[in-house]
Every structure is written in C-alpha cells, then in structure tokens.
Design a protein around this ligand. Sequence first.
Ligand SMILES: [Zn+2]
Length: 301
Amino acid sequence: MLRRTEGIVVKSFPYGDADLIVSFFTLDFGMLKVFAKSPRKIKSRFGSSLEPFSRDTVSFLGKEHASLPRLTQADIVYSFQGLREDFGTFVRATELLEITAGLIPEMEPHRELYAMLLDTMRQFENGGIQSGKGQTGRVQPNAVAPNAGYSNRVHVNGAQANGGANGVQSRWKLFYKVKLLSIAGFSPRLDGCLKCGKKGSVFHVNEGAIICPGCSADHSAVNAMPSNKNYILLSQGAINLYEHITRWRWNKLGRIVPPQQLVDELDALMNEHIRFRTEREIRTRAFMEKCPPATTRVPGL
Ligand SMILES: [Zn+2]
C-alpha cells in the first residue's frame, strides 16, 4: 500500500553499496524508518532530499509493522540549509532530532510535537528573528510577558538578547525538551518531593524527581555533591522557569526570555534526565523487540 506524508530527515545510515536506511519524524506516522534504494548513486531521484533536517513530502510502500517500508519518493519542501552552515547550530539541531528519536516510539503519530519541532528549527535558522514569510508562525520571540518574572532584561532584538543566536537556540532547545518530555510522558517532577510533596531542591536522576532530605534514603544527597551525577542541586529560579515552560502554551513561549544562566542550569538537568530515560527506553524497546521475534526485514532483498 502506497502512503504519503511529510517528514523531517532525522538520520540515515548506509545499507550495502548504494542503499540507505533513513529515519524520518513524520506528521502522520511519527518516527518512521524506511529503506531507500540507491540514493547514494549519482543522479539518484532522491537528490539531496535525504540530508538530515530536510523537510520532505514522502511516499513509501509497505505493510505497517510487517517490514521496513520502501521509500518511493522524497521531495524537499524546505531544506533547512541554514542549520548545516554553522557548526554550533548543526550540533544543537542534531540534538533536537536525536532526543526526539530516543523518546518517541516508531509509528506513533505526534502531530503537535511535529509542529513544535518545525517551529524550533525555524527559530534556530533565523536566530529568533521573525522572517515575515510565515516561517516563524505565531510566536513573538522578542516580546517579554510582563508577568513572566524575567521582564527586567533589555532586549535590543531577538538575535542580540541573551547571548545572540546561541542564546535564542539554547532557549528554544530547552522549551522543546520540556514539551517533548511532557508529550512522551517522561516529565521530571520539580514542583515538590516525589514522596511527600514538600518543596525541595535536590533532583534524583534515577527517580526523575525532587526528593526532600526527610524522604531521601541516601543522606549524601542532601548536599548534592557536584561530582555525583545522580543528584543535581537546583536553584529556585530554575524550578520556577521549568514551571513556567510547562504551564505556558507553546505559541506563547517566545515571550519567556530567561537569564542564560537559568537556561543552562535547567538544560543540564534535562540532559541528565533525558539520558537516563532514553537509555531505559532503548533497553525496554530492545526487550519488547525480542518478544515476539523481530519481523523487520528489508523488502526485495
Ligand atoms: Zn519528602
């Protein structure tokens, strides 16, 4: 059965001499792995559509879950070339795609998340400045909500506020991570102790939550030694920022312009949390794939 959708190229890896297996994050099927015949040959019909970050319309053939679908067509809607032209941007954009692939199962559609990823990539590309061509959509990256608690900052424009394009990108990367975790069902709990609900400041990575000193079995966690990666000491500012991001709707998040220090602090926590959850997800999926026996095969080979 031929299916059509649109998707963002997450990654690809070679198969044989000329073929590729390509992962897309698609609008209608979520994460989707397909087999592409001969795209590495000169004059391939796929052209440069299989480069990471490309937003393509795609057609593929194959029964759902029965085999690796075969890509029959991929046409570029937008190449996101700007994400490949600067090394820092490339690394940050790659991170967006990798954490998405790590937390979202294959063939499970997440249209809202797909729109958020596209928005974030646009923000990355234009450094937070609205293009006026519909690229940035509804967000107002330069505006600061008066009640956000971060309004004492001066914003010359989106690109120069808070560390220039890097600041804009790290901020949007954080927004995306928080929403991705929420959609994937892996949000960390920071609003109070996991066990008693009391306010606390020590995040336990293996619990995915703050645990207060009274409920912590391990009293070394009370001081949250920086060398111990299982415990992360969080500032109240970072906890408040997290609560803002989780409460605010996506299309309003551009109004939050927090100090870079808080973005970095919360991002470091998210990274540890995502690393822990992703490793567990990968182990769980590997286990699930063993039972029943794996059915994935490349068609026609
Ligand atoms: Zn407690």
